[in-house]
Ligand binder design. Structure first.
Ligand code: NAI
Length: 464
């Protein structure tokens, strides 16, 4: 049987595309080489890390229960049970995706897919090799952790996002190379679980893609809670000892320091999984391993689409993959769809305080020649933040002076990654600063801080 659509890869991009194709009544198959569905995000990325983060948030209150008026003698963190809970959540959701495939009449084919050209593929798995034919193909094969040249990860000393999720105990000294989302999220989690964490970043600031003030605020808080942050640092000569890892770090001031950790997490970016997929049998164009697509997610070969982490030019985020999947399937089904607007993609970094951002940073807005007006509001003026004991951070609105266009919103603070939703909707609906000033925010909520920041574009916040 020839399919209408075959999706390769069951991450959030791939499985969502398969569901949507099923909803449109297209004959659809989803090919996955891993035993479980869900891809990086569900199995070894977003979901397990946010589960650990939740436990860290809960545990944080137990570090000082008396501050909440709770008497509680010797609370302990049972780390194997923390990991067990994480595994149960991952399994539950993987089964959920299997259910969604059945519900939407998507055939799941287990095995490794290879493009043979045109609409032909071969899938190699437990039951040998089978031929599959289809009218359209969506490549959603994702990405894997990059490694520092010459280094290999293992289960014990030098870890990626995969191995660190299954540690049997909290490491005493955790070194982290790279202060992108992966690096700072694990720093935030393991610091609160009790590890002595050191973050080494080669660029001058943590979370370098964020607004500069966000980076400064995160570093300030990280230092306050005892995370050592070395930016502008170069790690070299990484050596495995019998039970630890040693490295030589050139610090920003030029001094060299020998460091030793019980575990080292390497979080220096991700490379696209485009090798071995058979792209050489197609006319798809690559850019440094990423697949080039147009606004419909179409490659240079009309029936061949790509979505998610393999795509050139869009950030490697689960929600981007999903959105791109919707566009590809709509195009296949002849339905209307809008290309991704890079400026309206929320960024969400799950640290504590949490980061959420959308649109231009202040520096980008100024570099693009906008007359910029900034409105800021700190969470110290927000009553719900006081109730939560989470006063760090602020909301920062970047607006255009003449018409009050919202150019960007940057949040660091309690649930910053959730709060950003309002700003994304505002920008999507092309609301102005004035619209947002007139939007009524419930009290007491942390998202009141957003209303206040918009008011402060004109110096009119109330609670500061
Ligand atoms: P990243 O590219 O976001 O950050 C890597 C960091 O490592 C950069 O700041 C880079 O300057 C630094 N770096 C690179 N080589 C280095 C070296 N030799 N020494 C010191 N620093 C070095 O990569 P990351 O954090 O691994 O994440 C991979 C992808 O997954 C990203 O696109 C990220 O956005 C995405 N992701 C998103 C999450 C979220 O949205 N919450 C969570 C986890 C990952």
């Amino acid at each position: 049987m020839a399919y209408d659509v075959v999706v390769i890869g069951s991450g959030p991009g791939g499985y969502s595309a398969a569901v949507r194709a099923g909803q449109y009544g297209l004959r659809t198959a989803l090919i996955e080489k891993q035993p479980r569905l869900g891809g990086t995000c569900l199995l070894v990325g977003c979901i397990p890390t946010k589960t650990l983060l939740h436990t860290a948030d809960v545990w944080e209150y137990f570090l000082d229960p008396q501050a909440q008026g709770i008497e509680c003698e010797n609370p302990t963190l049972n780390y194997p049970r923390v990991v067990d809970r994480k595994n149960k959540i991952v399994n539950k959701h993987s089964k959920g995706i299997e259910f969604l495939m059945r519900k939407n009449k998507v055939d799941v084919i287990k095995g490794t897919a290879k493009l043979l050209g045109g609409g032909r593929l071969e899938v190699t798995g437990g039951q040998g090799t089978q031929a599959v034919e289809t009218k359209n193909i969506i490549v959603a094969t994702g990405s894997e952790a990059r490694m520092i040249p010459g280094l290999q990860p293992d289960a014990n000393l030098i870890l990626t996002n995969i191995e660190i999720l299954d540690l049997t105990a909290v490491p005493g000294r955790l070194g982290i190379i790279g202060a992108g989302a992966v690096g700072v999220e694990f720093a935030s989690i393991f610091n609160r679980f009790g590890s002595k964490v050191t973050v080494l970043e080669m660029l001058p600031r943590l979370v370098p893609v964020e607004d500069e003030e966000i980076s400064k605020e995160l570093e300030k808080h990280f230092k306050k809670i005892g995370i050592r942050c070395e930016t502008g640092a170069k790690a070299e000569n990484i050596r495995r000892n019998s039970n630890s890892v040693s490295l030589t770090v050139t610090l920003a001031n030029g001094n060299k320091e020998e460091m030793e950790f019980d575990k080292l997490l390497v979080a220096v970016g991700r490379k696209p999984n485009t090798e071995g997929v058979g792209l050489e049998n197609t006319s798809a164009q690559l850019d440094r391993g990423f697949i080039k697509v147009d606004g419909n997610q179409q490659t240079a070969e009309p029936h061949l689409y790509a979505i998610g982490d393999v795509v050139a030019g869009t950030p490697q985020l689960a929600h981007v993959a999903t959105a791109e999947g919707m566009i590809a399937v709509a195009h296949i089904a002849g339905k209307p769809a809008r290309p991704i607007n890079r400026n309206r993609i929320p960024g969400a970094t799950y640290t504590d305080p949490g980061i959420g951002s959308v649109g231009l940073t202040e520096a980008q807005a100024r570099a693009q020649g906008f007359k910029v007006k900034v409105g800021k509001f700190p969470f110290v003026g927000n009553s719900k933040a006081t109730i939560l004991d989470k006063h760090e951070g602020f909301v920062k609105v970047i607006a255009e002076e003449t018409f009050g266009e919202i150019l960007g919103v940057h949040i660091i603070g309690p649930e910053g990654f959730e709060l950003i939703a309002e700003a994304v909707t505002a920008m999507e609906a092309e609301a102005t600063v004035e619209t947002m000033m007139n939007t009524i925010h419930a009290h007491p909520t942390i998202y009141e801080a957003i209303g206040e920041a918009f008011n402060n574009v004109y110096g009119q916040a109330i609670n500061i």
